[in-house]
Design a protein around this ligand. Structure first.
Ligand SMILES: [Zn+2]
Length: 609
């Protein structure tokens, strides 16, 4: 009897919670069959089409959206009250490097993306993918499927990896036999579930390839209806040439071409975006499928800092240059093969090595092993100036000599003017915290110094400065195009480790907040479309990217008015806020703004996305 009273009380309380619009927790189901597993009620739905928001309820059963209508009736196991919230399809990131971080099981939730509302990503970008060197595609897919991932992931096979496996880092054209080997590797990846191929034509070894080689390899993905993603050969003064190459590759292969992180780098090139877009549109008008993605920031690079004192000013005329890759290779050449392998194991993030990776290393000729270890060892960031004590002391000595100091000032001033100008250089990290976020021009005013003296002082104090290489106008010209989706170019970092670009934590919500809500460069509906139905169409997924009956239930419940992106250059590891609920394949992963531990993501293969 008492038991029944208690049960009645619990049921009444539960009913009251439902009526109050509260979430009905999993596991506390009412008796009897339910019409739906989940009902998202009272929200404003932006369905991904780019049209206006509508007051609609969304019903979910299993991993599917089964009904979208006003004031849905019917019983549901769970109800989410989305009053005052915007309900959109899960965001799709067309360009991420999260696969690097996902090597580690701890990072497979990709929490930094879930909290931005991202439910699917495309990885294997810029010519780099985990296979065929480190893993077989099928092994990676099996591992992610069995162990779980936070969001859905589609994989591209990286041209750079394929080339490296067959030809090493050699700067020449492939022989006919090598080309056949590369084609076979691309085919193998496609058979195992890849969605297409990516190139990084600006990076070694992609930069060693001619257009014809790329065309031959892209042709391989055509019968699978695969796609070609490209980090183009040039994003600066030869941007237009690079776009023409991309168009040519699409035209000669019949494969849709997708431009990764579409941008114009370098102040002297700002304004090129209009002509670049015109070339894309001309090709589209001819019936070709050319699309692009973009991240909404003015600076690029995983490690964007640049010294304000250029090399020539550091070194002067008398100093010898610092250690380079060639020197490292000469030193490494003294080691035996076994010692080289041992060293490689200490520096590669892909440790412990997979059997496939071990086999690859064992088969490498001596010289290639040496160069692989050297390249892995040396930080190849060309923007990192000489920072060793020898050069620093030499520099400070020269500053004390008035004639030398004047020379240094002249070089520093010219280098700042010729790059992006003092008004486009931002202090990222500085001993004087009040300077962080200020431009160099502002710092000079604060310090009452000339620009070049402020710059020299900042560098000597160890400040990290970031040149803003992209112009705001180009960003907006590109963003407004209806064929440009969103691609963060970010990573899945270990929380708190290193200084990743803030795009890893904020791309999607920053784009909405800054460009749709604040600057009104685009509408909210345009922003949502660019990260939902458009990328789904680009990737040829017809069951994602929409709030529509029959689509997979990847859904964001977003508190648009309370979007927060606290990440900053000096303190990047800060999660975005505003995503109250997130569903991946019908399962909640974010609840009341917190991750619930679920890993319902799937590997999206071309045939069965
Ligand atoms: Zn890239």
């Amino acid at each position: 009897m008492r038991k029944n009273v208690l049960l009645g009380t619990v049921l009444a309380a539960a009913m009251a919670l439902v009526l109050a619009g509260a979430v009905f927790p999993r596991g506390q189901q009412r008796a009897g069959p339910c019409d739906y597993d989940l009902l998202i009620k009272n929200g404003l739905v932006m369905d991904g089409s780019g049209g206006p928001a509508k007051a609609l309820d969304v019903a979910i059963k299993g991993d599917m959206i089964v009904k979208v209508a006003p004031s849905l009736k019917g019983r549901a196991t769970r109800i989410i009250d989305a009053s005052g919230r915007t309900v959109t399809p899960g965001f799709i990131d067309l360009h991420t490097h999260v696969d690097d971080g996902m090597v580690f099981r701890e990072n497979r939730a990709c929490l930094n993306y879930l909290l931005q509302g991202v439910t699917s990503v495309v990885v294997g970008q810029c010519g780099g993918s985990a296979w065929p060197i480190f893993e077989k595609a099928e092994d990676l897919i099996r591992m992610w499927s069995e162990e779980g991932i936070g969001l859905n992931a589609a994989l591209l096979v990286g041209h750079g990896q394929v080339r490296q496996l067959v030809m090493g880092l050699e700067n020449r054209e492939p022989t006919a036999e090598e080309l056949e080997k590369m084609k076979a590797l691309v085919k193998e990846a496609m058979e195992q579930g890849a969605s297409g191929i990516s190139t990084g034509l600006i990076y070694v070894p992609g930069s060693f390839s001619k257009t014809d080689e790329v065309i031959e390899l892209v042709k391989v993905v055509a019968p699978y209806k695969g796609i070609y993603h490209t980090h183009m050969r040039n994003e600066r003064e030869r941007l237009l040439e690079a776009i023409r190459e991309t168009v040519e590759i699409s035209e000669k292969t019949g494969v849709p071409a997708h431009i990764s992180h579409f941008k114009v780098l370098g102040k002297s090139n700002w304004g090129l975006s209009r002509e670049a877009c015109r070339l894309v549109e001309e090709a589209r008008a001819r019936g070709l499928t050319i699309t692009a993605d973009q991240y909404p920031y003015r600076f690029s690079n995983g490690y964007p800092y640049r010294l304000l004192i250029p090399h020539e000013a550091w070194l002067g005329e008398k100093a010898a240059p610092g250690l380079g890759t060639e020197d490292v290779m000469n030193i490494l050449d003294y080691l035996r093969d076994a010692e080289l392998l041992d060293l490689y194991k200490k520096i590669t993030p892909y440790y412990p090595l997979s059997p496939n990776h071990e086999r690859f290393l064992a088969g490498l000729p001596r010289q290639r092993l040496v160069s692989l270890v050297a390249w892995s060892l040396v930080d190849l960031d060309p923007f990192r100036g000489p920072e060793n004590a020898r050069e620093r002391r030499f520099f400070i000595d020269r500053l004390r000599d008035p004639a030398e100091a004047e020379k240094i000032r002249r070089v520093v001033r010219r280098s700042i003017e010729e790059s992006v100008g003092a008004e486009n250089i931002v202090v990222g990290i500085a001993v004087e915290k009040n300077l962080e976020g200020k431009t160099l021009a502002e710092v000079a005013v604060i310090k009452g110094k000339r620009i070049e003296d402020a710059a020299i002082e900042l560098d000597l104090m160890g400040a990290r400065c970031i040149p803003l290489q992209m112009g705001e106008e180009d960003i907006e010209v590109i963003m407004k195009k209806d064929y440009v989706g969103t691609g963060s170019d970010g990573t899945a970092p270990f929380y708190g480790f290193g200084l990743p670009h803030i795009r890893s934590y904020s791309t999607f919500l920053h784009k909405i907040k800054k460009y749709a809500l604040e600057r009104k460069a685009i509408t909210l509906a345009h922003a949502i479309r660019s990260q939902t139905s458009l990328p789904a169409a680009i990737m040829n997924w017809n069951d994602r990217g929409w709030i529509k009956e029959g689509c997979k239930a990847d859904i964001v419940v977003l508190d648009v008015r309370n979007i927060r992106t606290p990440t900053s250059i000096s303190n990047p590891h800060q999660y975005s806020r505003g995503v109250d609920y997130l569903l991946v394949n019908g399962q909640t992963v974010i609840e009341k703004g917190r991750w619930n531990g679920a890993l319902p993501g799937r590997v999206l293969k071309l045939k069965q996305s």
